[in-house]
Design a protein around this ligand. Structure first.
Ligand code: C2O
Ligand code: CU
Ligand code: CU
Length: 481
């Protein structure tokens, strides 16, 4: 049933409404710089206190053409926050942008009113203090980003995202040196500026001509001995199918922290927008190899799929047998689910969009003509409507069904879930390992069963993490009572 996507024919040349900088205008090859840290200003044990300011900052990535980004503390990506489970976090946030914004703490179990929901904008010129305590067992690899109503997509591709690590008090991998790879997407026009979305971006999710690693193009990475590598897909829409010739990934952790034991080595690792992984990389042969993102045919609304391998970095690595403990930690099963939720992702068929002009750059707000293109349980987002209700502490099974021909990453706020089953084309399969996640991809017409439990009263968002779809309203609210 892909006939209705006949519109792909001949559209390729019209994809971009703006002339873009050639890819090599952005120099690559510099050694990978570690992510800058947000400094803790509290003198007290167990308290992390700091300021973040969102503002427009010119940064000269391309010589002579400084790009105006939206930044946290003038940095791309935003400064990394590192805390320990049990810590209280206090972030004094100032919005020095010309538009409302919020900070959402993606994946972290923070109270709903501290979670930067679109209901709680920080207006231009305003200051707001986010305050939360991270419980025991919350160690993991998280991130923070804007969740402004209808503006999250544009603010995120303009730079408003950063990484957040919660360390465990007892960490079985504490002996390993760490590397952090935050991968983000960037589009620059001929002037080195960040153009707005066009119709294709809103429909498919935006992908720029650059994928940056820690804000750098194709950095040179050195891995010595066994290292723990945390990887973020902070792209609005780009699916990263990571692969390094002559190397394998041993997954040791996911969104919500470590696995029970190191997983079997794989040569490809798909990381969809919003997801994180912790891996150890094993080289079968020493050398310098590209870190590739291999073509992954995520289904789009208007298909312009050219299988292309993207080189994200170059990795120098020695062939050594990874030094890893056999056991990492126990992940409890949540027990039997006593409630069930059904969430169906849907979209209007293509012909709806036919009247719109391709290649024409639009504003940062989703165009009203597209506001009913993507929905959940037949509805687009309405801040004043509660879509589902859950009870504090009740284990629920969520049945996520993707009744559309596009891939959509499902994400829910405030908690982690266990994926229990995938069903595609009538064939059921179980995940290879038990893992805590807050984001999971739904392939076209796939059903994914997850088990989850909410621990705080209040309103939580769930949505597609292709941020264009989120901003177009592919989002719902669950009220936890
Ligand atoms: Cu990372 Cu509601 O999002
Ligand atoms: Cu989130
Ligand atoms: Cu989507």
């Amino acid at each position: 049933g892909h006939d209705m996507h006949g519109m792909n024919v001949g559209m390729g040349g019209m994809m971009a409404g703006t002339d873009l900088l050639p890819v090599d205008a952005l120099p690559g090859g510099a050694p990978l710089a570690p992510l800058a840290l947000l400094k803790n200003q509290s003198g007290k044990d167990g308290l992390f206190k700091a300021q973040l300011t969102a503002k427009e900052t010119p940064i000269e990535l391309v010589k002579g053409k400084p790009t105006t980004f939206m930044t946290y503390n003038d940095q791309i990506p935003g400064p990394q926050i590192v805390v320990t489970e049990g810590d209280t976090v206090e972030i004094e946030f100032k919005n020095s942008l010309k538009e409302p914004t919020t900070i959402h703490w993606h994946g972290l179990p923070v109270p709903p009113e501290q979670d930067g929901n679109p209901h709680d904008p920080v207006l231009p010129g305003q200051t707001h203090t986010y305050r939360f305590t991270l419980p025991e067992g919350s160690a993991g690899t998280y991130w923070y980003h804007t969740h402004a109503h209808e503006l999250a997509a544009a603010q995120a591709y303009s730079g408003l995202a950063g990484s957040f690590i919660v360390k465990a008090k007892n960490d079985p991998l504490a002996h390993l040196p760490e590397q952090h790879w935050l991968i983000s997407d960037l589009r620059l026009d001929n002037e080195g500026q960040i153009p707005g979305n066009d119709m294709f971006d809103w429909m498919n999710g935006r992908e720029g001509q650059y994928a940056l690693l820690n804000g750098q193009r194709q950095p040179a990475i050195t891995i010595q001995g066994t290292q723990r590598v945390r990887i973020w897909n902070a792209c609005n829409a780009r699916y990263l199918n990571l692969s390094i010739p002559n190397c394998e990934f041993i997954v040791v952790g996911t969104d919500g922290g470590l696995l029970e034991k190191p997983a079997s080595a794989v040569s490809e690792l798909l990381i969809v927008p919003g997801e994180r992984y912790e891996v150890v990389i094993r080289a079968i042969q020493s050398g310098t190899f590209p870190l590739n993102s291999l073509p992954f045919n995520r289904q789009k609304m208007m298909v312009d799929f050219k299988p292309e391998t993207l080189v994200l970095a170059n990795v120098s690595i020695n062939a050594v047998e990874p030094d890893l403990p056999g056991k990492l930690r126990a992940i409890a099963d949540f027990g039997p689910a006593t409630a069930q939720k059904k969430v169906t992702f849907g979209e209007k068929p293509m012909d709806h969009a036919v009247g719109m002009t391709p290649g024409h750059e639009m504003s940062d707000m989703p165009p009203s003509t597209m506001s009913d293109l993507f929905f959940i349980n037949d509805k687009t987002f309405d801040m004043n409507r509660i879509d589902l209700r859950s009870k504090v502490g009740e284990v629920e099974e969520w049945i996520l069904y993707n009744n559309s021909h596009m891939d959509h990453p499902f994400h829910i706020h405030g908690t982690q879930f266990l994926v229990t089953e995938h069903v595609i084309n009538g064939k059921a399969s179980q995940p290879a390992y038990r893992a805590l996640k807050d984001t999971v991809n739904l392939r076209p017409y796939e059903t994914v069963h997850v088990k989850t439990v909410q621990t705080d009263k209040g309103i939580r968002m769930f949505h597609c993490h292709i941020l264009e779809h989120e901003s177009l309203g592919m989002m719902g609210q669950v009220e936890v009572v």
